[in-house]
Design a protein around this ligand. Sequence first.
Ligand code: PHE
Length: 467
Amino acid sequence: MIQLTDEGQSYATNGTPEAQYVNALVKDEETLKTDVEAKIGAQLAKIGFGKAMKNKWIKIGGDKKEKVTRCVDKIEDKDQDLLASYVANKEEKKHDKKVVEQMKKRQLLAIITEKTFKVTKGKNYAPDFKKLPTTLTAEMIRTGEWKNVAFKKQNWNASGLNPNGGHLHPLLKVRSQFRQIFLEMGFNEMPTDKFVESSFWNFDSLIQPQSHPARDMHDTFFIKNPKMCKDVPEQYALKVKEAHEHGLEGSRGYEYDWKMDEAMKNILRTHTTAVSSKMLYNLANQEGGFKPMKYFSIDRVFRNETLDATHLAEFHQCEGVIADYNIGLSHLLGIFTTFFKKIGIDKLKYKPAYNPYTEPSLEIFGYHPTLKRWVEIGNSGVFRPEMLEPMGLPKDVSVIAWGLSLERPTMIYYDVKNIRDLFGHKVSLTSTKKNPICYIQEIEPKATLSPADQKVADEVEAKLSKQ
Ligand code: PHE
């Protein structure tokens, strides 16, 4: 549809500038240019003068060319007629396309699209808004109303709202999956809700000598207030003291004076093994006596570390503990095969290690298929009799255990390079929102161990059975 601009409209009514210029003059009568300007406006006069000259409708006179004279009787203002014809008929099809285009270029008109709607009463027309029910209710079935009720139409194409809350942090996503794996394997979760622990459970019960460097201020956070824990099981503590000082039958102990004061010092737990130890003590001393048990925990621990790209003073540990009759290293290896397959690690290697509370101790390495290299993934071992006997666990009960950090696998799954991007005040909440759900690819567990693992397991078994 053609719509004249303000300029076009004024030309359609009053004529083009050149026509207005000429109409301001009387034939053959000299008029001062400035008079014309005053009459029709300076701007219009300027445009009109040029075009009227070109059309030879006027001529210039006077000494200083300051006058104009009209030299024609009648003029034909074609553009005005054209513009007027657009007002009379707005349909562009009815006019010369080229001319319309030119007028558009001169900004005298615009082509616009006009949409019209016809609104009429529909078949469900009602003067008042009625809210239609969206769901079928028991009431409707009871009353039979369901037969006649008109339901609100469902929009199955709606994309739904993005929830703007309740996003799990990547560490929590991995934690929930690890927890699921442990539960599938029949493990019970340990209560790890206390971050403050006594040195007794964190170190002494784990047969870690009181002079051990890990118990230094530089490695452990000591609590100032309250400095000491309330109590430790006394009878058991005495046995722990004995084990530290003189060992058990067949071992010498550390040969030093074990001090209760040192054991009672409160600290932020440095590993979740503190909780495992307390759970084992409870297991040995529970009503009805010891029963085989599988425990796990995934929670926070604290170390007085120098902070860098891969270390923080607090992190999360994931720990598994199995207490049963006549189990040993081979079972530990077997469990690893299953557990690590479930978290997507197929190839495992072990390196002898040292922990005060396990013998033997193994560092666990896993082959990372995307990083294409071996990465250290955990630490493990068989708890020493020096730790278990004072607790009162039956002599033929062994406890195998392992621990790994939650941060390491999370960083690998989510490709996080700096630990500060994962944990602490610098973590971007947006990244937490945008992170996909963590899909850990479980590798099909084989019914048997790999030949290499089987060989190790057999050898260990044979050796153990000779003892
Ligand atoms: N507590 C050990 C650590 O902090 C892990 C571990 C748990 C090792 C159980 C052996 C047995 O690294």
